[in-house]
Design a protein around this ligand. Sequence first.
Ligand code: PLP
Length: 455
Amino acid sequence: MAATPNSAEARDIAYHLHPVTNARRHQEIGPLIIDRGEGIYVYDSNGKQYIEALAGLWSVGVGFNEKRLVEAATKQMSKLPYYHTFTHKSHGPVIDLAEKLIGMAPVPMSKVFFTNSGSEAIDTALKLIWYRSNALGLPQKKKIIVRNRAYHGITIAAGNLTSLPANHTSFEMIVPDVIRLTAPHHYREAKPGESEEDFATRLAEELDQKIIEAGPDTIAAMFAEPVQGAGGVIVPPATYWEKVQAVLAKYDILLVADEVICGFGRTGTMFGTTTFGIKPDIMVLSKQLSSSYLPASALMINDRVFEPIADESNRVGVLGHGYTASGHPVVTAVALENLKIIEERNLVSNAASMGERMRAALRKLESHPLVGEVRGVGLIAAVELVKDKAAKTGLGKAGELGALVNKHAQENGLISRAMGDSMAFCPPLIITEAEVDEMVSRFATALDLALAELP
Ligand code: PLP
């Protein structure tokens, strides 16, 4: 579609380099310009309505027009639009939010450190872990364990913990000593006939083996999403987390739960940590922390992490890490109001019940010729698309089938995301029964249209 000269589309093509976009193809097809949002819907600049089946980027929990967040931001803007939290300074909203998060933590946590994006929070976790190892006189304890298909962000450090090819290829990845494990995806990685439990045992054995190979004393932490999100919504097999944690405990390796997508209700309980019985030392939070109305992220650390760090900052004279906008007053005020809304409106239990409905409706599509696997937990799911069910393969090129279904979904008023050949579903937590049904029905139409187009 050629953009009219001087149109918003043409100017976007002329001036804007988009993240996570094929820059060359963008010059041909231009942007989809979203103009406004309401509930689970967004509307493009021609007034066409779409269900936002990914809640933006897995993040707009309370929906796209929550007035209370606008009011919270306006009120704080008028009172104290900015202040920082360096050099012992603080303010009301950051104190209130820190207290609130520690109160919500599903396992004992000690302190909250505020950042602006998920990637920065992951970088911060990594830096604090290395700082702690040095503080403890264990400078060799620096290696980090992650799993294939992990997504932990894209900054220099977080980007290297991410384990997806497109986030690495042609970039320089400079963090050394990252140990990568098999993705916990039963459909793709299990051996024929292997039960979920046996697969989980094998993955825990792989972890143990890799720790021994690398040297247990050299490993600082494992970073993991309770459910891998951008890697394709990978729900770990039954018993996975208890077996993995037993291995980490044996070697005194810290566990960082990357709750950037799972946190605040997505998996049907407040945190993925609760859903899967995880006992992390650090929890990384973002996205639904502020419903992405403003960029917000944070990490919670327990006393095992905090105490050596406090000693080291005392020895050095300062904890030399922080951002201009760490604990920004408007951001923290909005996040606090957002968490109040999630609690007052019981959005976590809504996510659990609507999630059950969504997954049941998606599972009914399992007999469709293009559906290989439906997986999910709470209000997050993925449909893995295949052309050949027995061989579990898509079209010639990986991602081609996903792109085709995604194109039909968007034309049919459904914005989702194809991660390779998996379509993700992660709608706002406020979704209703009728909206769940409509979302799945639009997806079913997209599947039929894609099938009709195949040779
Ligand atoms: N961790 C997880 C699990 C994520 O899904 C993301 C983003 O999608 C990040 C970290 C990085 O967050 P950001 O894009 O805010 O840097």
